[in-house]
Each structure stands twice: as C-alpha cells, then as structure tokens.
Design a protein around this ligand. Structure first.
Ligand code: DSN
Length: 411
C-alpha cells in the first residue's frame, strides 16, 4: 500500500477500510471467500500490464515468453485438478465463461433449457435481463414446489417437448447436489449438449467433497473466487473435441486480451488445491453449512429444501415475518454479511424477496468450525428477532466482532 498511499491517499484509505471491514465482519456471502496472500501477490504483480491476445505460442504481441509458460501451467493444473480433457483459463468471469460456452457450439436463436432464476439459476442462463436471452431461445425448468428440489422427470418432459440444443445444469442459489448423471441421460436422449455451471461449487469439487460434473458434461464452467478460494476469474473445462471451438469463442469471440495476473492466480490456487489443507477447508465448509442449517432450523427458520449438501444455506426469512431485504440490512448492521435472495415461492409474486442466502466458505477458510456455526446461528437469530432493540443489537455485534478477532483472516 506504500505507493497507493503516496499517489492516491483517498483510495489507499478506502482500501484500508475495506481490509478492516473484512477482518471485523463475518462474511456469509455464498459467492465470496478469503483468498490466500499468494493469490493477492500474483494478482497485484507486473503481470497486470501484459497484453496477451491469442493462446500460448500463438500470440498477437511479442514478449510472451514467461506469460505463455504461466498460462500453460494454469491449463495443465486445471486439467489435472478436475480430471478434464481440456481447459481454457482466460475467461474474465463466470458470465464470460458461460457466454463463451453458449457461443462455442450454438447458433444465434438456438434453444437452451436452463434453471429458472428464482428457482436457483443464474442471470447468464437466459434471464430476460441478460444478453443471453436476446441471443438464444431459453426455456426454464423449475424446482418442485413442495420439496424445492429439481424435478428431473419434469426436466425430461420439458426437454423432450422443447428439444433444446443445450441443457444447463447448475445454479447460483441451490443448496443441493445436482444429479449430473440424470441430466446427462436426458441430454443424451435428445442429442443435446450438457453444460454444468459449477461456479459456486468448484472448490468443493476440487476438494473432492461433492461429486464432480466433469465426467458427465460436455462443458463445465467455474469461477475461482467462491468456494475455489482463488481470486477473480473464470475457467472452462470441456471435452477435448470442443477445445478449438471454446478457444475461439473466448478469444476473439467474447473477449479481447485476457488478464495474465488472473491466470497466474488461477495457476497458484490450482496448485494449492492439490494440498491437504485445501481439502480440509472444503470439508469444513460443507460440515459448517450442514450445522448452520440445522441450528437455524432449530430456531424456527424455514430452510429452503430443508437443508444443504453444499456451502449454501438459504433461509426463508418470510417464515419469521421478514423480507430478505430487511434481514440483509439488519444483519449487516451487526457485522454479519449476507445477501437477500429470491426463493422458489417468490416466483409467484414477482418483486418479492423472501430469502437470504448464506455461505460458509469464507468463515471456514478463516478457520471456524461447527462450534462457531452454532454461535453464528445464535447471533443471526439474536439480530433478526431484536431488530428494533439497539442495545441487544449492539451485544450481537460485539459477540460477532469477538469471533472475528479469534479467527483473523490475514493478520
Ligand atoms: N453469481 C453471483 C452470486 O452467486 O452471488 C456472483 O458471483
């Protein structure tokens, strides 16, 4: 921070404030994590300024001797870690990766079947606000209204009637495992491509604590900053036969020069992910989510789908007479950082947000275990039921801050 402080003290101060916010709050955003300092160094290095259009050995600018090597290492480690035939490590983000998958084998107007957003799907899976919905013809499958689980029979019926060219299996708000084998059967029977968006669960898959979509899917995308712990950026894994199409769709199709600093950070996290510590964190992330869901359920909160099998716990705060927006604000006021989230039953009432989505990746990375999850459930409940009692909220905030001090992120 020495140089930022000199060149721009205002921004330097805001970065310090953010460091302090991270250390002193409980990060329960399911799409976040605390990356190791080696990732920060790689991301903040001289690699920031290198222009790299093209791929290793076939660049459009000179001076790529070292960055070619970095990208080759990142690709090779991604393939080894996930057992994939082919990897592209250039996507700037999960959405960039998803766009490239769609444009690799689909023509504009082609049909795609994906999960609906209020039921757990992602914006880039054909939501009307996303460019994807203007390029391809999407139809969306839902979860079962009672169980809130994917209804695979319904997916099959929709697939057989709609005949999409691609099926998307993957979600940004679904706390359960996806049966990729079943999805692959459905896709195979109608000759559709199967694409898994594994952005949220990449780290759990790499840590081998949940099943991998890779053996069953033509394409899998990941982001590196959620459970994967590695800083920003996306990755595409695919069968070797699609490699050339994927490369062309990423560059020059959807992106220009990629970010070598991101690619280096991806290489670093793919190395760290092969070490036992990474697997231990992923195991803890899963156990912590199960514990948090159970503890909140015991306190009378309705847990969407009744539990969790990944890092996410989605709470229907409507079951306590709250709106997701209010719950998010109340929790933020006591240093518990979450995000409001639509839940399946909100689909019937557009504009309503009855849920909050919690994720245990970041708190698990900073070393917390099930004892701390019990405490966090108590704090969440304490804040939500005492939203108008300042003194009680202050006590909750104090206890949360004590927990953070016991489990420093970077200190
Ligand atoms: N996809 C968004 C989320 O799940 O919150 C951001 O990564």
């Amino acid at each position: 921070m020495l140089h930022v402080s000199e060149d721009d003290p205002d921004i330097a101060q805001l970065i310090r404030n953010e460091e302090s916010r991270i250390e002193n709050t409980l990060d329960l955003i399911a799409a976040e994590n605390h990356a190791p300092l080696s990732i920060m160094e790689a991301m903040g290095s001289v690699l920031n300024t290198k222009t790299i259009e093209g791929y290793p050995g076939k660049r459009f600018h000179a001076g790529c001797k070292y960055v070619d090597e970095i990208e080759r290492i990142a690709i090779s480690r991604a393939k080894t870690l996930f057992g994939a035939e082919y990897a592209n490590v250039q996507p700037h983000s999960g959405t960039s990766a998803n766009l490239a998958v769609f444009f690799s084998v689909l023509e504009v107007g082609d049909k795609v079947l994906a999960m609906s957003l209020p039921h757990g799907g992602h914006l880039s899976h054909g939501h009307q606000a996303s460019l994807t919905s203007r390029c391809f013809t999407f139809r969306h499958y839902h979860v079962d209204t009672k169980t809130e689980l994917i209804d695979y029979d319904n997916v099959r019926r929709m697939a057989e009637a709609f005949r999409p060219k691609m099926i998307v299996a993957g979600a940004s708000s679904y706390p359960r495992l996806i049966d990729y084998e079943k999805m692959a059967d459905i896709a195979r029977d109608i000759s559709a491509y199967l694409f898994a968006d594994a952005a949220h669960i990449g780290g759990l898959v790499a840590g081998k604590v949940i099943p991998s979509p890779v053996p069953y899917c033509d394409f899998v995308t990941l982001t590196c900053y959620k459970t994967m712990m590695g800083g920003r950026g996306g990755v595409i894994l695919c069968k070797e036969r699609y490699g050339k199409k994927i490369d062309k769709a990423v560059f020059p199709g959807c992106q220009g020069t990629s970010a070598v600093n991101f690619i280096a950070a991806k290489a670093v996290i793919f190395k760290l992910a092969q070490e036992p510590r990474f697997g231990e964190i992923q195991k803890r992330t899963l156990a912590n989510a199960v514990c948090l869901a159970k503890e909140l359920g015991t306190r009378g909160y309705r847990i969407v789908t009744g539990g969790t099998e990944n890092h996410q716990v989605i709470i229907d705060v409507g079951s306590k007479g709250l709106r997701g927006n209010d719950a998010e604000k109340i929790l933020e006021s006591v240093g518990i950082i979450t995000n409001r989230n639509v839940i399946p039953r909100d689909a019937e009432n557009p504009g309503t947000i009855s849920g909050i989505r919690l994720g245990t990746a970041a708190v698990s990375t900073r070393g917390m275990g099930t004892a701390e999850m019990k405490e966090i459930a108590k704090l969440i409940d304490g804040a939500l039921i005492n939203a108008n009692k300042k003194k009680l909220l202050d006590q909750v905030a104090q206890k949360g801050a004590e927990l953070c001090r016991k489990f420093p992120v970077y200190a």
